[in-house]
Design a protein around this ligand. Sequence first.
Ligand SMILES: Cc1cc2nc3c(=O)[nH]c(=O)nc-3n(C[C@H](O)[C@H](O)[C@H](O)COP(=O)(O)OP(=O)(O)OC[C@H]3O[C@@H](n4cnc5c(N)ncnc54)[C@H](O)[C@@H]3O)c2cc1C
Length: 320
Amino acid sequence: MPTTATTLPLLLEEVEVRRVERLSPSFVRLELGSPALADLGVDGPWWDQRFKLIVPHAPGASVPSFAGADESWFSTWLERPVEERGVMRTYTVREVRGTGADTRIVVDIVLHADGEAGPGAAWAGRAVVGDRAVVLAPRRGAPFGGIEFLPDAARRVLLVGDETAVPAITSILAQLPADAEGAAFLEVPLAADVQPVVHPEGVTVTWLPRERAELGSLLHPAVLECLGLGPEALAETAVTDDEVDPDLWETPTYSSSGEAVLDPVDLGEPVDVRDGLYLWIAGESRMVTGLRRALVKDHGFDRRQVAFMGYWRHGVAMKS
Ligand SMILES: Cc1cc2nc3c(=O)[nH]c(=O)nc-3n(C[C@H](O)[C@H](O)[C@H](O)COP(=O)(O)OP(=O)(O)OC[C@H]3O[C@@H](n4cnc5c(N)ncnc54)[C@H](O)[C@@H]3O)c2cc1C
């Protein structure tokens, strides 16, 4: 049953778990459906579209109702006690299946095999068909934001991520034009987490199972090597706690550290980027910080050709 006023320029809707598929030891795939998702949509490819999921704060608790919600829904929701409001987490639309009232959002959730399970991972890990959550997702025809993959005129793409970015990278790969060129590096906890991927022939896909190695320790050298930056940079990979910004988000149009960003009017302009390359890097903040330092500070890549996104921070729960 739709729960919100239809006047909101986004979908804030209760959904039901329609299908649960354990993809691998570290990933569970859920299909979330509601007749209200008939209005789900974006203007163009979904790329790395993010959305919010509100799940119960503990097993057996219910999800909040947003019936009659208006523009002040967020502050009203935040004022409720956590037992009532549940917790909000960010995920990626891996795929959209079905049409009309049978539209379903597919989400792949990491079960934190080598970390502490937060409420999002714990909910996904015990999810069964019929369970309820609330999604905050794009309404067709209304601007929503949440897509960071903006390669513009770049001739090649380099996609880099840990397990939390696997849904975004695999979604981007499946939607790239057939003549796209570049490479993707995906670091996952275990060899058993490697998934079949649809991708253009000209984009090579490399899986890097950590198998208990330190998080990000395989991605960093693989990316530098792929860019031909040589082993001298490998000695500089250690990132101190002080250097890690838990809210790290550096894209051409937004900077969590307050650096100058592009004026939106310049966004459509062709940019003569180094090597014709666009880099999209997401995952644990320390890993992303290390790559940002190596690529932008040490090797002078232009911020107009990179998106560095801290999807999560080891030891820090997401704010909601
Ligand atoms: C734009 C965007 C898109 C994202 N898409 C996805 C997606 O599609 N699938 C997905 O699984 N995640 C995705 N994430 C990451 C996800 O939002 C975080 O991992 C989030 O912290 C999970 O919430 P939680 O309630 O499970 O853990 P939290 O309550 O936030 O954290 C609890 C503890 O778990 C640890 N933790 C959090 N994530 C992990 C992890 N992956 N492995 C090990 N320990 C962890 C934290 O460090 C903390 O100590 C995305 C994040 C962003 C910003």
